[in-house]
Design a protein around this ligand. Structure first.
Ligand SMILES: *[C@@H]1O[C@H](CO)[C@@H](O)[C@H](O)[C@H]1NC(C)=O
Ligand SMILES: *[C@@H]1O[C@H](CO)[C@@H](O)[C@H](O)[C@H]1NC(C)=O
Ligand SMILES: *[C@@H]1O[C@H](CO)[C@@H](O)[C@H](O)[C@H]1NC(C)=O
Length: 479
């Protein structure tokens, strides 16, 4: 019975044709620049020392570094940065107690060796410090220690998602807490700390756009904006808090990703108008550690499309958040598994490569098919990405879309292509649902490559080729 059904599913596969995708011969003026650390990583503050001990942390960061030629940036922060107190005499990096190893502490201390570990990271590092507890002297002491310990220190945050500070938080003035009083507080703290650490602050650090926004904060900072280095917004397309239901089909929808990510265009532009970059400093698929959609192959496809849309909207970096080890649905890696989302991070990094300078979307952003080209510094098209965001959940027929490409540079002949695939969008590596890149490449639990990539061959005649991409699958064509 099962094999009959499998056979029927196979013969039911049908082809969907689409209009030709025209690849520009040179980068259009609308092509967006690609930061060399566009895809970066955020590590939850209290558990950063534990991440620093994992081989998978070193190996996953090294994988992305090899693909892009530059180390990802790392931001160390999150909710627990606002529960942390610096203790200059603490012999360990962090000290806290929790009832269960999957809990985050409600309070913790950290010591000088926290910064020694951060200094060992290869990329630029942003450190998130405490504002909620209103211990400005303590935060200043920590900031000064970070500066003297870390040659890779990039920026310092003063507080995380202040809109969620509980009503009794020491930082909250008697006049109450709202974007205006928070703006005054960010201004006062940057002004007080800049003389000892410089113009190094990553400001805003809000989740709840548009009520809390960089656009709104800028006039509140006034002249203190001199002390601001970057602006950060946090971005989660879905919520998994308190058992909220999540939806994979809408997470990975190309048109959904295009319209969701566009909301940050104005934020990035507001930062740029002040000469500052704008980052998504803490982002992933669903809040509160992620939901059932977060460890899936569909989330890997979401990452590919979302990262490219972020670049197109003027966002310089996205820091994908990694939370409590062992209790984190959206994490790219942990102690035992390199999860499906990492495959998306790997695949989009391979698409951008060491030579990807600008990126363009080749479709109009309203369909299920996402198509992009990446261009070299001299504007030559290097690679085309075709991502079919149609949702395939593993049952029924899996449609293949036949995509004609035109305008491909170079002589007639063949080009190489790499496919990222899995049995369905719902596939999870931790449930034996293997994801592969190029047929054979997977990653061990330590994020070491296992198997090899096999390139497909695409025939090009007169600058034209046709590729076929299944529902919930993606393909890179190397030009
Ligand atoms: C860690 O904190 C506990 C109290 O929570 C304390 O008893 C212990 O001495 C601290 N450890 C270090 C190394 O300071
Ligand atoms: C998968 O999709 C089919 C229709 O395409 C639906 O009948 C089925 O219930 C879905 N299965 C799951 C597990 O969502
Ligand atoms: C996933 O890969 C493992 C190891 O290669 C293999 O044992 C397993 O059968 C694969 N699972 C699927 C669903 O293909």
């Amino acid at each position: 019975m099962t094999s009959t059904l499998a056979f029927l599913a196979r013969v039911c596969i049908f082809l969907v044709g689409v209009e030709a995708v025209s690849v520009p011969s040179t980068a259009p003026s609308s092509a967006a620049s690609v930061d060399s650390a566009l895809l970066s990583i955020s590590l939850e503050f209290f558990t950063f020392p534990a991440y620093a001990q994992l081989a998978s942390t070193t190996n996953c960061l090294a994988q992305l570094t090899t693909l892009r030629g530059t180390s990802p940036a790392v931001r160390i922060g999150g909710t627990t940065q606002d529960r942390a107190t610096y203790d200059s005499s603490l012999s360990t990096a962090v000290n806290y107690t929790v009832a269960s190893s999957t809990d985050a502490p409600t309070s913790l201390t950290f010591g000088p060796s926290f910064f020694t570990l951060a200094a060992a990271l290869k990329g630029p590092v942003t450190i998130g410090l405490n504002r909620q507890l209103d211990e400005q002297g303590n935060t200043q002491q920590a900031a000064v220690k970070a500066l003297s310990s870390m040659s890779n220190l990039y920026a310092i945050e003063l507080g995380n998602e202040p809109e969620f500070y509980a009503s009794g938080s020491p930082i909250i003035p008697s006049s109450g807490w709202n974007p205006t009083t928070d703006g005054a507080s960010q201004k006062a703290w940057q002004t007080a700390l800049a003389p000892s650490v410089g113009n190094i602050f990553q400001a805003a650090v809000y989740l709840q756009y548009p009520t809390w926004s960089t656009t709104n904060l800028i006039p509140l900072l006034g002249s203190a904006i001199t002390y601001t280095k970057t602006f950060s917004g946090h971005s989660y397309p879905q919520s998994a808090c308190n058992g909220a239901s999540t939806n994979l089909q809408s997470l990975m929808s190309h048109s959904g990703i295009v319209s969701y990510t566009k909301q940050y265009n104005a934020e990035a532009a507001a930062g740029r108008a002040q000469g500052k970059t704008y980052v998504l400093g803490d982002t992933n698929s669903a809040t509160c550690g992620g939901g059932g959609i977060s460890p899936t192959f569909g989330a890997a496809l979401w990452i590919v499309d979302y990262v490219l849309q972020a670049a197109l909207n003027g966002i310089s970096r996205l820091y994908f958040h990694q939370g409590t080890i062992g209790n984190c649905q959206y994490c790219f890696w942990g102690r035992y598994t390199t999860a499906a989302p990492f495959y998306g991070a790997y695949f989009v990094s391979q698409f951008l490569g060491t030579d990807g300078h600008t990126v363009s979307m080749l479709d109009d952003g309203t369909g299920t098919l996402a198509t992009y080209a990446v261009f070299s510094a001299s504007g030559a098209p290097l690679r085309v990405l075709v991502l079919n965001s149609a949702y395939f959940n593993g049952t029924g027929s899996r449609a293949a879309t036949s995509v004609p490409l035109s305008g491909l540079p170079g002589a007639d002949g063949t080009r190489r292509a790499l496919r990222m695939s899995a049995l369905s969008a719902a596939a999870r590596v931790d449930q034996s649902g293997n994801v592969t890149i190029g047929g054979g490449l997977t990653f061990t639990g330590d994020c070491v490559s296992a198997g090899t990539q096999v390139f497909e061959s695409v025939s090009v005649q007169s600058g034209q080729a046709t590729v076929s991409v299944l529902a919930s699958e993606a393909l890179i064509v190397f030009l």
